[in-house]
Design a protein around this ligand. Sequence first.
Ligand SMILES: *[C@@H]1O[C@H](CO)[C@@H](O)[C@H](O)[C@H]1NC(C)=O
Length: 194
Amino acid sequence: MKFSLTPLAVVAMSALSASAYTIKFVNNCGYTVWPAVGKAPNGQPDNSVRFGARLNSKASTSFNVGDRELGIRAWGRTGCDANGANCATGRCNGGLVCNDAGITSNCILSEYGFGDNGPQWGGMRTFWNLSRAGLSGRPSLPLNIPTRLQGPDGQVVACTGGSCPANQCYLKDDDHGAVRNSPLGGTFTHTFCP
Ligand SMILES: *[C@@H]1O[C@H](CO)[C@@H](O)[C@H](O)[C@H]1NC(C)=O
């Protein structure tokens, strides 16, 4: 009996450990940034996944997202008021926590979604990217915060004032060189002012 339970326990533990990934925001800027996370698969806001915080210079914070989620987006806001609302850049409807998944943010986003490549091609993965493409092809405003995104397997993309090539960040919807994918779980580090 004892031995027949052991494999079950191992399966349960590995399922648990792979059930979410973490988005860790690191603020290396010399100013306060208000990070936000939202969910908008196909551009439709879904408030079942959302997060907002105030992050002082040199501080960090984290948020966990179920690894089957689609249309997850994370970004930084600047120049917000004392309630975390009315931001100068990256603004949303709502306050510290947004109600619109950032579809009005018009700034650089990190984006995440579940995909299954099939067993022979790496199986279930998190697909991710940096994007300034906005929604519906709307061009972004000038870069609001230099941004770097590191995946759980060490892959890195970055878009800074001096360099934001199409293989690092979607500038328009068909820049498919910007997409990356990684095993489920782990930590994505979204760094402001890398
Ligand atoms: C970036 O990745 C997300 C998640 O996989 C995806 O939904 C989105 O369409 C990608 N961005 C662009 C501009 O294709």
